[in-house]
Design a protein around this ligand. Structure first.
Ligand code: PHB
Length: 420
């Protein structure tokens, strides 16, 4: 591990007020990790539209716990986008002030308050888990602060908990799973057992898959919701799955929980008999190296794949690998697109971060070519309309990757609970 000294350069583009053990490989050339003193030193500076004062983007992500690699990847993608524009937008320098939310809504609320009230950030990006997003909704809404959610897919944020101040650059939890349920009924089998962590996102993902699968004529043999964040001993859960004798298993897990589940599924001998069909996060590029051959053959639905054929993706995955030495993953894509959306807003308001109403209007018309394919923000759900791809884990050149086997077309969250 390389160690970094705190710097007194207040114009440095990235301020982290937590220590990171393993950031450096992912962080790339422009990103230095340092600790509290700098953030504290900067906190007395207030936000402003003055051209020579940097715009501050607050970042709230988990840099510890089971979703730490997600937080690291989102940061790396966001930093890569901003670095490619020289950390400039709207004619001003741009600075990131990042905080670790862990997986805890109460910690995230404290950190949000610190970023907004003490560091005076101009807007905020990040948020990985649904529980944290729901816990922050009132604060951002009441304080009229713009939040671009770069992961957490809690459906309610596109439905009954919508706020004009909260938009997503990522997905709703419904989005990859409803199309996958329909596809799986027609292509894999008609009886499913379902497994997911017992929190908002797990329930959303299971409900979406179950809705289309059942509507097509499929049978749900059973559902299990495992302890979150850590499921503990997987044996009783795997035993329950085997007993149900399904034609497939649907699961959603992510981060280190995905590694644990997929490995246990293989070690207990299920992978050779029962196809694993999952929400793409469960076998995404961040976890595949640790899952190894246990993930081979897993089918999943997601809004991106490493080997997706389009020019923006080709350039993105090459630049990311060059910068970080690891393959990109969907979380890095979401971070990168978040950087693009924020830069666009700041350019349009010429760096005047007080123009919140104008930025909110502009969000309705955002569209561009993302590494994931065509991307546009949908006004009703305040969430992207995007293609969903069916992928299969295959060995390519001695490494495991998700290969696209079908493009299911563009999907938009319904904005209500009519489809699960
Ligand atoms: C969520 O909590 O909404 C969530 C977390 C991790 C994922 C996807 C969704 O990979």
């Amino acid at each position: 591990m390389i160690s970094h000294k705190p710097t007194t350069d207040f114009t440095h583009p990235i301020i982290r007020s937590y220590s990171r053990r393993k950031i450096l490989k992912l962080a790339g050339a422009g990103a230095l990790a340092y600790t509290g003193s700098l953030a504290t030193a900067c906190s007395s500076r207030s936000s402003s539209s003055t051209k020579d004062v940097p715009i501050k983007i607050g970042v709230l992500l988990p840099y510890s716990g089971i979703y730490a690699t997600l937080g690291d990847s989102i940061s790396a993608g966001l930093e890569m986008y901003l670095d490619q524009s020289g950390y400039r937008a709207g004619g001003r320098n741009v600075q990131i002030v990042a905080e670790d939310t862990e997986m805890k809504p109460d910690i995230a609320q404290q950190k949000a308050r610190k970023l907004i009230e003490q560091d005076k950030v101009d807007l905020v990006a990040g948020i990985v888990s649904t529980g944290v997003l729901y816990g922050l909704r009132e604060y951002f809404h009441n304080n009229k602060k713009l939040l671009i959610c770069a992961n957490a897919g809690g459906n309610k944020i596109s439905r009954d908990m919508k706020s004009p101040y909260i938009w997503r650059s990522s997905f709703s939890n419904w989005q990859p799973n409803w199309p996958l349920g329909l596809w799986a009924y027609h292509n894999v089998g008609n009886k499913v057992f379902m497994s997911a962590p017992d929190y908002g996102a797990g329930h959303n993902m299971v409900d979406a898959f179950a809705h289309s699968f059942q509507s097509a004529g499929g049978t749900i043999l059973g559902k299990q919701f495992t302890p979150f964040p850590s499921m503990g001993d997987p044996a009783p859960f795997i035993t329950e799955i085997r007993k149900s004798n399904p034609s497939m298993v649907f699961c959603f897990y992510s981060g280190s929980a995905a590694v644990a589940f997929v490995k246990a599924y293989d070690e207990f001998g299920l992978s050779k008999d029962i196809p694993l069909v999952c929400s793409g996060f469960a076998v995404e590029e961040d976890v595949l190296p640790a899952q190894g051959s246990a993930a081979l053959g897993a089918i999943s639905g997601l809004h991106w794949a490493l080997l997706l054929e389009n020019e923006t993706n080709r350039r993105f995955i090459a630049a990311y690998k060059d910068r970080t030495n690891v393959d990109a993953n969907v979380f890095a894509v979401q971070g990168y697109d978040t950087g693009r959306i924020i830069s666009h807003l700041l350019d349009e308001v010429q760096g005047d971060t007080r123009a919140t109403s104008r930025m909110l209007e502009l969000l309705h018309d955002v569209s561009f070519s993302s590494p994931r394919g065509p991307f546009k923000l949908d006004s009703k759900s305040q969430n992207p309309s995007q293609h969903i791809y069916v992928r299969e884990v295959k060995e390519i050149g001695g490494k495991l990757h998700n290969v696209v086997i079908e493009d299911l077309g563009e999907f938009t969250d319904p904005g209500d609970n009519s489809l699960g």
